[in-house]
Design a protein around this ligand. Sequence first.
Ligand code: P6P
Length: 371
Amino acid sequence: VFDEVCETTGVTFTRFMAEVAMLNPELSELTTLFGAIDTSCKAIADIVKRSQLPSSETLGLEGEVNVQGEDQKKLDVITNDLLKRALRFTGKLGVLASEEEDEPVDLVSSGNADDKLTSTWDNKDLVVEDTGKYVCVFDPLDGSSNVDAGIPTGTIIGIYEHDENCEVDESIETEDEAMANCLANTLQPGTKLVAGAYCLYSSSTFLVLTLGNGVYMFTLDDTIGEFVLSHPNVKIPESSKIYSFNEANIEKWDAPMKETVYKWRQGTGRSGERYSSRYIGSMVGDVHRTLLYGGVFGYPGDTKNPNGKLRLLYEGAPMSFIMEQAGGLSTTGTKRVMEIVPEQVHQRVPIVMGSKNDIQEVIDAYAAAGN
Ligand code: P6P
């Protein structure tokens, strides 16, 4: 998939994707989608950075509550529409189905970015864009509630190939059909992902992706306005001494998870090392640190929320794909996250991901407990 130019630090994301398309003509449509993602991440980074200025128009709440019962922020809606518009410009979109639309929006003929942008705020965090070849699911600004405090936030993206069992075509006449078609195309397990990516808006702006052949990390160079390859072929340390959870919930966790973290705290776990706790409360930031420094990030199930908090489709699966491609593991404790077939678009998944040896210790603890 790649040749040495793709391993050369400093190569721009644009050049990287051009090389991928040249070496893999069948991926040319995918690289076009990533052109839209590249542009979107730069634009969102700028919006987030400027969002706290007094002059900013993006402060505060939109005044609506989304389907999850959460107050949506202006930034959520702006970044959501920005990403949809950028994807639409690829000229590939088949059907955009939204609970907000009376009729399915057939974008193939219009391809016009000024046509009615749809807000999919009934599908909090999720936008289903059916392309001619690909289905994109994404969380446009994960952790957005942290922006006012200057805490890192991110965009998470998963790209699936079209499920051949539900082709998009002009014969789709009703919104129900379009939604059914989209849902069928969307409810694919992580093992079907062709690409997983995230953008991290933090001390630097990063674009991290996998196409199933390793993990490539780009850093935005503001002077040239391009993402440049800073970490080719990222591999997560096999062991580490960092765990990253919201420990306020620890008493409610599953026993194997709880006991493993107790051992890590006391230095009586498999490595005999005493671990440190690092938790940002913003998934993209926590996963990024875990990829680079090693360790374990997770949101386990607990007695109140047996499936934890994070969403399978557009948080758990794409991030698990990246983690596995970097040599890490991602589990519910008893199941590989990437193998779970979604039943609902917003279903949550208990998830623990990170360094291979540490995650194996968790998996073995669940197995020993008979789970
Ligand atoms: P808690 C942010 O709201 C988010 O969806 C993820 O980015 C983050 O990992 C998690 O929730 C934090 O949840 O319950 O620790 O605040």
